[in-house]
Design a protein around this ligand. Structure first.
Ligand code: FMN
Length: 192
């Protein structure tokens, strides 16, 4: 399947002052299942998470600038891979697989699930332990970008390690060496 969804250009200005965003950053597990993110908000979210912000540079650091993490974006309409150069989504599957990313009750209700998937084959010259250390550190920076963006936009988000990683990897047909590090749920807060 070769279906590319171009995202609108990310808005690189505005948002909440960073100190205010830090002051309100938190994990939230309540989501409004009826409210999707519009294309502009999704575009801004993915760019903030792990977009390109300068020549060969990204919004998050990575060990030796290996940029081994890929974002798999789960929406009600399918599963997509974020293409940072094109700032687009490549559709991989047409099924709604959001519920397959975890067992907690809100999983499947959040309109967006972002799986951080490391292509560990890109990390050369390190021990197995060193590979894990580098790629989990790289994961953490991207997750924090998502947290700060969500704080700024008053979206709910939570990073999750409680993920059925083997089953999900099989459904996503991941290659050997590709590992799911964390999944982050994103959406509008449930109505009070
Ligand atoms: C590596 C990592 C894994 C986490 N896994 C989960 C998870 O599987 N499910 C969940 O509900 N929260 C998860 N969390 C969120 C933490 O529970 C949360 O960050 C912590 O309780 C502190 O709350 P705060 O983020 O609101 O400050 C995880 C956080 C991190 C950093």
């Amino acid at each position: 399947m070769e279906k590319i969804l171009t995202l609108p250009p990310a808005q690189r200005t505005g948002g909440m002052p960073v100190m205010e965003a830090l002051a309100s950053r938190r994990s939230a597990r309540d989501f409004d299942p009826s409210r999707q993110l519009d294309a502009q908000t999704l575009s801004n979210l993915l760019w903030a998470a792990w977009g390109i912000n300068r020549t060969k540079g990204r919004t998050a650091p990575s060990s030796h600038n290996r940029q081994e993490i890929e974002l798999y974006v789960f929406l009600s309409t399918g599963v997509y891979r974020y293409l940072p150069v094109e700032h687009a989504l490549e559709q991989l599957f047409e099924d709604d697989m959001r519920a397959a990313t975890g067992s907690q009750p809100f999983v499947g209700e959040a309109p967006v699930e972002i799986a951080l998937i490391s292509d560990t084959a890109k990390i050369t010259g390190k021990s197995p332990q060193g590979i894990i250390e580098a790629t989990y550190a790289d994961t953490g920076f991207i997750c924090q970008n998502i947290y700060i963006f969500c704080a700024s936009e008053r979206l709910s988000t939570v990073a999750r390690a409680l993920v059925p990683k083997e089953e999900l990897a099989a459904r996503l047909q991941l290659r050997e060496g590709q590992i799911i590090t964390l999944v982050q749920s994103v959406g509008y807060p449930a109505q009070a």
